[in-house]
Design a protein around this ligand. Structure first.
Ligand SMILES: [Zn+2]
Length: 383
């Protein structure tokens, strides 16, 4: 169905194609709280970007979400852990990102960093431990995390104004899990280029819906990027150095610098047409709900995780879910959505646990958890 009168917020095309079936699914907020059904997801026939329909209704919903936003409340503000199946290592997400960046880039001993949408300062804290002589600046939409961030070593300033209004320029600008929240991200990045030193670096990280269809359900994410669409969105003021999909599971990480005329830019791998990908992703979410809701389970029913996907599945299954299971020890022995959170080694007898994660990741999790005394269920493989 074509949605007249609503422009693509990336390229300005005037007729977006809405994705059927999306409105029937529950939405979730990006801080993992249940949200309403009835969201509107669309794709632009020109730039192929998957996006929410950004109108007054969406803007009001987002204002409502941000008013009570509590980042990583499942573990008192601590960021999620990343499980690296190859090395078996478990690291906080910002440490993992820094490790990957360090393997590719040389950071000078001193410099200044601007972190846009710094939340409670997890990345600033990690960066300070790595480069204690850098001067750090964070921005947020409001003052909720100001006192917390200002106490982090190395932090010189915290702003709630748009980043373009901050005085001076920066050697490194980071936008981690933020770009997907910003309407018209191309324009935003274009204006931001004035804040980047001529030899400075821009680092972006955001969800990859091709690897994580659950991201489409996040009400306050207005753009759902892929490696190809991000290339279209990064304005000509920048040169892309790296687009990585393996640094952080389910995320795209991008490193860019200011454009120098003679350099070649990175070309991402060819992707299937976005309309096919997003239609398949929504069908897979429907099939996942259908599969899990029909299982003939007798015994306590749990959902793996306490993130976006687990929140969504618990909303869809309503009162069928008795508990959650999490491998992050900081998240256990608490309640989440009014249910207990157990560690895999401490599950109730005769438990059944649904692993609502993208299929390849669900297989890895199942492999790790199979030794524990419960029956685990995977989502259907992608069609
Ligand atoms: Zn467009």
């Amino acid at each position: 169905m074509n949605q007249d009168g609503i422009c693509c917020h990336l390229c300005g095309h005037e007729r977006l194609t809405t994705i059927a079936g999306y409105e029937a699914r529950h939405c979730i907020t990006s801080d993992c709280r249940p949200w309403r059904k009835g969201g509107r997801l669309a794709i632009c026939p020109t730039c192929h970007c998957v996006q929410k329909i950004i109108d007054e209704i969406w803007q009001q919903e987002v204002d409502e979400i941000y008013k009570v936003y509590q980042i990583n409340y499942q573990n008192n503000g601590k960021e999620p852990l990343v499980f690296d199946s190859a090395s078996g290592m478990v690291l906080p997400r910002s440490k993992r990102l820094l490790q990957c960046l360090e393997s590719q880039l040389h950071f000078p001993k001193m410099g200044n960093l601007l972190d846009i949408g710094c939340g409670n300062g997890s990345w600033l804290h990690t960066f300070n431990q790595f480069a204690p002589q850098w001067s750090l600046t964070g921005t947020e939409l409001n003052d909720i995390t100001r006192s917390h961030v200002e106490k982090i070593n190395g932090v010189k300033a915290f702003h709630t104004c748009p980043p373009f209004e901050i005085a001076g320029t920066f050697d490194l600008i980071t936008i981690i899990e933020v770009l997907e929240h910003i309407p018209n991200p191309k324009d935003f990045l274009m204006k931001l280029s004035d804040k980047l030193e001529s030899n400075g670096l821009l680092i972006l990280e955001f969800p990859n819906y091709l690897e994580d269809p659950f991201d489409l359900l996040v009400a306050d994410h207005c753009t759902h990027f892929t490696p190809s669409t991000i290339k279209e969105i990064i304005p000509e003021q920048y040169e892309i150095i790296t687009i990585a999909t393996h640094w952080i599971p389910k995320k795209i990480s991008v490193v860019a610098c200011k454009r120098k005329a003679h350099k070649k830019t990175v070309t991402p791998k060819k992707e299937p047409l976005s309309l096919d990908s997003v239609t398949q992703a929504i069908k897979w979410l429907e099939a996942t709900f259908d599969h899990f809701s029909r299982l003939p389970v007798k015994g306590p029913l749990g959902v793996f995780g306490t993130g976006i996907a687990a929140t969504w599945l618990a909303c869809e299954l309503e009162d069928k879910v008795d508990f959650f299971v999490d491998e992050d020890l900081g998240r256990i022995n608490k309640t989440f959505m009014n249910r207990p959170v157990y560690t895999p080694s401490d599950l109730p007898e005769n438990s059944h646990v649904l692993i609502a994660q993208p299929f390849p990741l669900a297989q890895k999790i199942h492999h790790r958890l199979a030794k524990f005394g419960a029956t685990f269920y995977l989502p259907p493989p992608p069609q």
